[in-house]
Design a protein around this ligand. Sequence first.
Ligand code: ITT
Length: 199
Amino acid sequence: MALKLEPGARLVVATHNPGKARELAAILDGRFTIVTAGDLGLGEPEETEATFSGNALLKARAAADASGLIALADDSGLSVAALDGAPGVYSARWAGPDKDFALAMRKVEERLDASGSEDLSAWFTCALALAWPRGPAVVVEGRVDGALTFPGRGDKGFGYDPIFTPEGERLTFGEMDPAAKDAMSHRARAFAKLKAAVL
Ligand code: ITT
């Protein structure tokens, strides 16, 4: 049976990250009735998988089964070529318990300096998983390539946005208007795949 998500369906967006929730709401663009994991008081499961897709599935499954609603989860992060893909699935954890992304971005710069590499290549990955309560699930990934930029610039986005300039662009994600980021981001690319699969 093909999985279909009906327009207007009630969907729980299983994230506790306000930056992601904002971008996902913009991308979903009024197509669904959205409730957040916070609204429902859902807990945050431990992200025990080694891949973005694995963690996205784990979060979507937990939220769907706990709420009885179809759940959309996002697992994403920044990967640096010279650091063998770090921080990757540890992107949130590099910011520490206080979710201090100034600290996390400093750590990226320090590790890069320590590596001695001059390769600034980096990419963002976003895995989006959609899970039906006690039912099937689908997961897709989107990626955007670019270059690390130090010092970071802009305060429009969230997380590592100030230190990432997508390929072919002059502005960092932190400097771009939300709509410009949404037109090319890893999250938007993942959503385009999800749409092709279930809408
Ligand atoms: P949830 O699990 O509740 O969704 P989280 O912040 O813990 O929230 P992740 O485990 O997926 O989510 O961590 C991904 C981190 O990668 C996130 O905290 C951001 O700092 C960073 N990240 C992901 N997408 C990003 C984007 O579009 N711009 C900047 N940073 C991003």
